[in-house]
Design a protein around this ligand. Structure first.
Ligand code: B12
Length: 229
């Protein structure tokens, strides 16, 4: 079994973990770039697990932003600013995730956010972790036409197609993608993985996707399981 770069096995050595994770989340909520950069530096400087900084620090802040938006406490421009800051801070933290040095790929994954849906922060985090764990990722982007997933999978002879949907209205396209793969005669040649906040194991089962993963660390574990099937 290969070791994985996930939250579980990159141990934290720092006692101030909770404090730094809270500062990262707060920086996103307050849209405070200086505080965010400082917390990133402190975290990385004291050996904090970069994956945990993204998943339990920055992402937790983004979740809170989502709740504030839902409650009408903030409006779309603030959400946009928070997500732009999230992108910049993730990019900083990402530099410290060790690159996979194997030359051989562990599997080819076509990844994208389905059409009609521009949310790509989570998808991009999934991409970072899959790549760090030796997968070759072909990113078809966000608001990606379903045909682009299939065309890319054919072009690169993909092992897995992974789709992200963040809205109840766009989840349906994950089901359409399953059907399109069947129609193209590709469904038994490629595995499918789905993710995004409204998705669940039940939804995966209902639409016939192979697996659902709740977060980026789980996406790595499940991708490995799919490759072993
Ligand atoms: C940031 C954000 C935006 C940003 C997106 C910026 C960007 N580049 O992504 C902006 C401001 C552009 C935006 C726009 C809109 N948004 Co918005 N947005 C959000 C918000 C606040 C956070 C999403 C996020 O980034 N979370 C942080 C990341 C890290 O988490 P994540 O995406 O869930 O990803 C993790 C997992 O889900 C998983 N994962 C994700 N993808 C995948 C894929 C695979 C294959 C796997 C295995 C795993 C996986 O791993 C990730 C890491 O752990 C959510 C609220 C929420 N609770 O989700 C609303 C939310 C998704 N938005 C919503 C809405 C309505 C909109 C708009 C329609 C608003 C409007 N009135 O214009 C537009 C949509 C435009 C469109 N056509 O897509 C609604 C959707 C409601 C619904 N049920 O359908 C939400 C839920 C807010 C709300 N409650 O109203 N939004």
């Amino acid at each position: 079994m290969e070791s994985e770069i996930t939250m579980e096995n990159m141990k934290n050595t720092n006692v101030n973990t909770d404090k730094i994770l809270a500062q990262l989340a707060e920086a996103i909520v307050a849209n405070d770039e200086d505080a965010g950069m400082e917390a990133v530096e402190q975290g990385l400087g004291s050996g904090l697990n970069p994956v945990e900084m993204i998943e339990n620090g920055l992402s937790a802040g983004m979740l809170e932003v989502g709740e504030m938006f839902e409650d009408g406490e903030i409006f779309l421009p603030q959400v946009m600013m928070a997500s732009a800051l999230m992108d910049r801070l993730v990019a900083e933290v990402q530099k410290e995730i060790p690159a996979d040095e194997k030359t051989e790929s562990d599997g080819k994954i076509v990844l994208g956010t389905v059409e009609g849906d521009v949310h790509d922060i989570g998808k991009n985090i999934v991409k970072v972790l899959l790549q760090a764990n030796g997968f070759e990722v072909f990113d078809v982007g966000r608001d990606a036409p379903l045909a682009s997933f299939i065309d890319k999978a054919k072009e690169v002879d993909a092992d897995i197609i992974a789709s992200s949907a963040l809205m109840t209205g766009t989840m349906q396209f994950q089901a359409t993608l399953e059907q399109m793969l069947k129609d193209a005669g590709l469904r038994d040649k490629v595995k499918t993985m789905i993710g995004g906040a409204p998705c669940t194991d039940n939804w995966a089962a209902k639409i016939g996707a192979d697996v659902y993963a709740e977060n980026a660390s789980e996406a790595v574990t499940k991708a490995r399981e799919l490759m072993a099937m």
